[in-house]
Design a protein around this ligand. Sequence first.
Ligand SMILES: [Zn+2]
Length: 427
Amino acid sequence: MGQVACAEAARLARPRTRPAPSRAIHAAVMHCLLLVCEAFCPRRLGASPGKARGPGPASAARCRPFACHHAAHLNKAQPSMRLTVSLRLAVATAFLAGSVFAQDARPPAAATLPLADVHFHLMTFMTPADLKARMEKHNIQWTISAGAFGIPDVATPMERDAGAQQLLKDRYIPATGLYETYHAERKVGVRLYTDQPSPEREELLRSIEEQLAVQPRVVAEMVPNAESSSVLPTFRRRIATDGPYYRQLLTVAKKQGRPVPMHMQFHRESVQQLSQLLQDQPDGIVLLSHCGKDSAAKDVRVMLEKHPNLYCDLSFRGAPLATAESRQDPARLIFWGKSLFQSAGMKPEWRQLVEDHPDRFMVGIDDVHSWGIYDDTVTAIREGVLAQLTPATAEKVAFRNAVRLFRLAAPDAAVAGAEPAAQQRAP
Ligand SMILES: [Zn+2]
């Protein structure tokens, strides 16, 4: 060990060809070595026995593994070099301390960027005050509802969304349509979406249109295809994405300048139908929930390149939410935060897709069953998505795309550079 350390120290002692920071670190290491040897083997370094601070002869044996030969050489033969080493130590210390303090003072931008959560369900265990505290903790400037969960005999989904909006003001955008659609489907089945005009569909669309007119409000998550991806049995089916209901809904949302979020697994027929819908209504905007849920990056790329009116949210495509589903279907997991077993990351084909279309992606938290999972989801978004992207793209994905698409108000200086909402137009 001692021989190896000595050889290594000798190798490191050739600083001329090394870059400056490396030389400084080397000098610091060598100087520390010298101090250790002075403490434990003063005789080898030529110190007088009276001034010896080390524990005596036994220390000489302990010293050998520390390659004191090199340190003694520095001490005896080259006093001027020792001075140089001390100066280097000071420089190296300042350099290292500077790096550490700079990191403390300025954490990576991805860790602190303001966020707009564009896909969120207010769960039954959450209160608006809880949510506000969590948003403040994570610098989430806006939360956009995809449809709240109601609490029977206490509050309907719409009332719960309204409660959150009352507290959070412009920072919480309530939704309309999720549970209205769900209940209408439970009543009349899938003919709600596919048959020729029916009173139920007309009534449902009239209600959504009326609610959307009360701004701010957005269309909730619609579910044309959740064959293998919904906790609600009613939604585990595939219906035509370009059927009459979705066509009319896109028209209604377009009038209010709102996108229609669609939870649509990437079944070949569903993709063809979505393509038809987007082509037939180029002014309507579809926000693909979970970016297609089980989609491959190459298939989403084709759609984004073909349809400028298609956007993606990355909710439920990262750890921890997508981890369990990814055991059956690995395609469902796109990104993850760092853990004991792996560093944070994003699948390269997805990272490239986002970089190639930086204006089309947003982040979302979706439905979580504890605040701990909420926290972990935000961490995965920051570490597994934003930190993997170039700074300009990360900023767009974190909040700028959402500010533009949903015409969000910039609430304070935290969103430095965000345009005032009044000057923005939905694409
Ligand atoms: Zn959702």
